[in-house]
Design a protein. Structure first.
Length: 123
């Protein structure tokens, strides 16, 4: 049985991790295959975490297990993953070819506008 103070500390670290990643409980819980309410209970220290959840968090978000379990070391094993990029890729994969091409053309247009704006500022 995990002590309540240990469960609270892990829950606080998971909440801190989510904050650093700038992701909602809904997205975070989906990525580690648990319900949002289960994650909320973990973050509040009302529910413990098992080795499977710790392993999934570590794998999915490139988190240092030692930091997650003991609060020691860096949060991430290397650079922090960009969840926004992964979300865009996931959405892109769900679109049909026509919508993928449209999304790409819009992204290219935005880049072109950004470059033009930058060029105007330099003049």
């Amino acid at each position: 049985m995990l002590s309540s103070s240990y469960m609270v500390m892990i829950g606080e670290r998971i909440k801190k991790l989510r904050s650093q990643l700038r992701v909602s409980q809904q997205l975070f819980s989906k990525r580690i295959f648990i319900s949002q309410s289960h994650l909320a209970d973990i973050e509040l220290g009302n529910q413990g975490v098992n080795d499977k959840i710790i392993h999934l968090i570590s794998l999915e978000f490139n988190v240092n297990k030692n930091w997650l379990v003991n609060g020691e070391g860096n949060i991430f094993n290397s650079d922090k993953p960009d969840i926004r990029l992964e979300t865009v890729i996931d959405i892109f994969k769900q679109l049909d070819d026509e919508l993928q091409n449209y999304l790409l053309s819009q992204a290219k247009f935005i880049l072109k506008m950004k470059k033009e704006r930058k060029d105007r500022k330099q003049d």
